[in-house]
Design a protein around this ligand. Structure first.
Ligand SMILES: [Zn+2]
Length: 272
């Protein structure tokens, strides 16, 4: 699943490719991807809109148009490709935005789990699905005391809270393992047991890891690709996720399941 750094890479790539382009026509070939509009309304409303800016909130891409905000979540396998109308449509290309002729921005999704929402401009931040998202990793309000207060209410392992998008938005499974390793925190430690100092370490590690990952274009675990088929290099730099030996103490990395998710940690560096 693309995580925040991959989505940020897609955002930056799309930003350089499609900002300023006008949507001439939209073709929806798989209606369920459009979550809050009918296929007909979605296709009709977007005609003539210019893509002004592309933002990101958590793992959501937000295409800012003239009158609307178009939200797109890639879920497991969603990708965008910029092609020309000469290229045959693949059976996995479910939404086609025809831009300035002959360019087309195509949304490709082999598993069809991705979703798009269309909101009137300015309303999306206060509506589902964005309103329930927690802090952005670089939000100035993400402080040790605010995180501590939030985690005091969570009676689940810290690994589960890190994946909870209403706490910090955009952390996925791979990065949660890396963040806990850098913070020296056992993934099964209960969230409410964390100290303010632990919270401070988590915030520092989150910012450091996500920043590095964005600089490297994200990971390529599973079949993630960004708009131009950019491949991330961050997977070569993973410290604990999917690894066998701890890079710090050389002890064997353990793999357990937390909240149904594969979790890697060093039992020596991350004592419970
Ligand atoms: Zn270790």
């Amino acid at each position: 699943m693309p995580e925040l750094p991959e989505v940020e890479t897609v955002r930056r790539t799309l930003q350089s490719l499609v900002v300023g382009k006008k949507i001439e026509k939209v073709e929806v070939h798989y209606e369920k991807i459009i979550a809050n509009e009918t296929k007909e309304a979605f296709q009709k409303k977007l005609v003539g809109e210019v893509i002004r800016e592309i933002h990101r909130k958590g793992k959501w891409l937000i295409f800012e148009l003239d009158h609307y905000d178009l939200l797109s979540h890639l879920r497991m396998e969603g990708k965008y490709f910029l092609k020309t109308n000469q290229e045959p449509l693949s059976k996995h290309e479910h939404v086609v935005f025809c831009l300035d002729y002959p360019q087309e921005l195509r949304y490709h999704d082999t598993r069809k789990f991705g979703r798009m929402y269309l909101f009137e401009k300015g309303l999306c931040m206060t509506c589902e699905p964005l309103q329930e998202l927690g802090y952005e990793p670089w939000d100035e309000n993400l402080t040790d005391s605010n995180l501590y207060k939030l985690l005091q209410k969570k009676k689940v392992p810290i690994k589960t809270s890190l994946l909870d998008q209403s706490v910090i938005a955009g952390i996925g499974n791979i990065y949660a393992d890396e963040i806990l390793f850098l913070s020296h925190i056992h993934p099964l430690k209960f969230s409410f047991q964390l100290t303010k100092k632990d919270c401070q370490r988590i915030i520092g590690a989150t910012q450091k890891i996500l920043y590095q990952a964005i600089e490297m274009g994200g990971t390529t675990i599973r079949s993630y690709e960004s708009a131009q088929g950019v491949h991330g290099r961050f997977q070569q730099h993973l410290l604990v996720h999917n690894q066998t030996k701890c890079p710090v103490c050389q002890k064997d990395i353990e793999r357990i399941t937390v909240g149904g998710r594969s979790t890697y940690f060093c039992p020596n560096c991350q004592k419970r």
